[in-house]
Design a protein around this ligand. Structure first.
Ligand code: MN
Length: 408
């Protein structure tokens, strides 16, 4: 992967930056369930949590590190001994552990928040990287508020962390302030100025305060970043992070302008998005790009006419490319087993006869209280049924999940 100059590492932080946003708290089993889905989706790195933040965070990181073996599992830590030791402890079972340590480098954050001088900041960072390298070869450093930091000081910090063996340098637009042209120039300039830049992967982490997170992430790639930090459905602090599904599909659909690859299996994007909405009970907006329920819906007569004649008139990608079901089939209390079976098939869920009987009965029960039973409900019913059969114990997903089917 590292040898291919066009390969972009997808670093998913749904379970850390995403989960820390109001309304998106997940328990350990929910996090483990999403981590399995992210593995199946093909993400390269899963940031599983911030172990020092709470015992539950540490437990979730440890659980995922033990269970999810293919992707790199990252844990966040401030530049403090206790944070790094706690991250290392939680990551101990991981096949590929990464310690991700961070400290703000902007004068504003140093003066107003941290009460540190630049020299103290640099010293704390270097100490943290040395300690983290004691536990793993895979260490990432984030210069919080990088885009508002003095470039000269930022370059000093970056050169120092790379010298200490840090292999990924993340330059976050923590407050979502950047514009695309500026972000592209920023990455190109920093990489040109840092003498040992070729020894690390540069990473972008954008927030959506101005609705520019995805555009800025793509611009960062054009400026030389080869890791993108993003989340499913774009969840995250305040207005959220860059949406993974949008970055992946922009690279795929506009390959002529953005000739970069990821390891993502795009057909699993919708399914992963649905799992997240069902675990958190927070639906995405109907018109959300790629995964919203209207993303491939056509209602205007002229559009429908065009679609019937040639779908390319109004579709730049096909719903099946991202795993969105093309057919609309409303499930409710009048549905039969056959309809449930068909819907499961359309969603790629293989169900046994025994499972079908159980899912069917649940659909009927839910249908008594709802207009329709959505895809997320089907997945949750099946996930709960299967989790209950595992030794881990019964899943704790609540019953009152928002229906999110195409028919709603
Ligand atoms: Mn963030």
């Amino acid at each position: 992967m590292a040898d291919d100059p066009a390969r972009v590492v997808i670093f998913d932080t749904t379970l850390r930056d995403g989960e820390q946003a109001p309304g998106f708290t997940m328990d350990v089993l929910a996090k483990a369930s999403l981590a399995r889905a992210l593995d199946a989706l093909g993400v390269d790195v899963i940031e599983a949590g911030f172990p020092i933040a709470s015992p539950a965070d540490a437990e979730a990181v440890q659980h995922i590190a033990r269970e999810v073996r293919r992707p790199t599992i990252a844990a966040l830590a401030r530049c403090r001994r206790q944070d790094i030791e706690e991250a290392a402890r939680a990551l101990a079972p991981a096949a590929r552990p990464r310690i991700h340590t961070f400290l703000a480098t902007s004068d504003l954050h140093l003066a107003a928040k941290l009460h540190m001088t630049r020299d103290q900041c640099l010293e704390a960072i270097v100490d943290a990287i040395r300690l983290a390298r004691h536990f793993t070869d895979d260490v990432e450093f984030s210069a919080e508020d990088a885009t508002r930091s003095d470039p000269e000081f930022l370059c000093r910090v970056i050169e120092a962390v790379i010298r200490e063996g840090c292999t990924t340098v993340n330059l976050p637009d923590t407050v979502g302030y950047g514009t695309p042209d500026e972000t592209r120039d920023f990455f190109a300039a920093i990489r040109a100025r840092v003498f040992n830049a070729d020894r690390a992967v540069f990473s972008t982490h954008c927030h959506d305060d101005l609705g520019l997170a995805v555009a800025n992430s793509l611009a960062a790639i054009q400026g030389g970043a080869r890791q993108v930090e993003c989340t499913i459905n774009g969840i995250g602090e305040r207005a959220g992070n860059a949406a993974l599904e949008e970055i992946v599909m922009a690279l795929r659909v506009r390959r002529n302008r953005l000739p970069y690859d990821t390891g993502i299996k795009a057909e699993a994007l919708y399914e992963t998005s649905q799992l997240l909405t069902s675990l958190t009970q927070e639906a995405v907006q109907a018109n959300k790009a790629i995964v919203g329920r209207n993303a491939f819906a056509h209602e205007a007569g002229i559009h429908q006419d065009g679609m019937l004649k040639d779908p390319r008139t109004y579709e730049i990608m096909r719903p099946q490319d991202v795993g969105q079901p093309a057919a609309q089939l409303v499930l409710g209390r009048h549905s039969g087993r056959h309809a449930v079976q068909q819907r499961c098939n359309a969603l790629g869920l293989r169900v046994s006869q025994t499972e079908l009987e159980h899912v069917y009965r649940e659909v009927i029960t839910l249908g008594e209280r709802r207009k329709a039973v959505g895809d997320g409900d089907l997945r949750r019913i099946l996930d709960r049924l299967r989790t209950a059969a595992e030794p881990v114990g019964a899943a704790s997903a609540p019953v009152e999940t928002i229906g999110y089917g195409h028919g709603v």
